[in-house]
Write a protein of this length. Structure first.
Length: 276
């Protein structure tokens, strides 16, 4: 059976008002003005049409509109960017029209929430003028930033040096000399969100360290003293100040990291970062 999924492309449009005259009886007043929604991680183009209070497009040829994105709580301006004026003074379909393009980098650092926006109009040599989001002289419109296209960024799990502990039993080299393995705390591998080809990256930071760093995994539903751990991969480090990594592919319920310092080790394994 074939599945059909239909995708839609919609133009994001917003009407701005200018040249409002309180003495003029309005022939048409909009009931409400919709919010603008901008998606993080992609390019968003917003089309502004500047009209008077009778809903007639204004001549914007040769004029400049500037878009301002403002924090609702603090009033800080996060972004200020010039619009592109499409009005050429003769084409009816683009009369009063300008667009603003918000790139991936414009919204990358912004938190997904509601913001206020405003658009100023530069008219010849007479300076900047406000445009309005409605016919009641409301300058600010509402813009929502969402991150529905890509998953939200999540930080790596950090296992610092102090997280590794020694077990109650020790092992010995064949030629004598006690060695001790160190084990990290347990890391939830979030199996419910993974597929069979899921990649998990373990990045280790070391200072003059000599030894083996081993990634262990388990399919047990819960971790206990009887949990069966399997060595998935081992990275050997020799007296290095380095950042190295190891990848593990597959679905596991839990991970932990084991490191075994060599007999001549004088350094430290500083930390391990885990990222799926």
């Amino acid at each position: 059976m074939n599945s059909i999924c239909i995708s839609y492309i919609y133009e994001t449009g917003f009407t701005l008002f200018s040249d409002l005259d309180g003495t003029v009886k309005q022939g048409y007043t909009p009931m409400y003005q919709k919010n603008i929604q901008v998606v993080k991680g992609v390019t968003n183009t917003i089309k502004f049409t500047v009209k008077n209070q009778d809903q007639k497009p204004l001549d914007m040829n040769g004029e400049t509109l500037t878009f301002n994105l403002v924090n609702n709580e603090t009033g800080a301006v996060h972004l200020q960017k010039a619009c592109t004026t499409l009005d050429d003074g003769s084409t009816t379909s683009t009369k009063g029209v300008a667009t603003i393009t918000l790139t991936e980098s414009d919204t990358a650092s912004l938190v997904s929430k509601f913001y206020k926006f405003s658009v100023t109009r530069t008219v010849g040599g007479s300076g900047n003028h406000a445009t309005y989001a409605n016919t009641h002289y409301g300058v600010a419109g509402t813009l929502e930033i969402v991150d529905h296209v890509y998953p939200a960024f999540t930080n790596s799990v950090e296992l610092p040096n102090t997280d590794f502990t020694r077990p109650t039993t020790s092992h010995f080299y064949t030629y004598g000399g006690q060695i001790t393995e160190y084990f990290s705390s347990i890391v939830d591998a979030q199996a419910e969100y993974k597929r069979n080809n899921a990649i998990h990256t373990f990045t280790h930071y070391s200072s003059a360290y000599t030894g083996d760093v081993t990634i262990q995994g388990t399919l047990d539903d819960q971790v206990s003293a009887d949990t069966s751990w399997v060595d998935l991969t081992t990275v050997s480090v020799t007296n290095q100040d380095t950042i190295g990594y190891a990848n593990v592919t597959g679905v596991y319920n839990y991970f932990k990291v084991k490191h075994l310092p060599g007999s001549l080790n004088t350094g430290t394994l500083d930390k391990v970062l885990v990222r799926s």
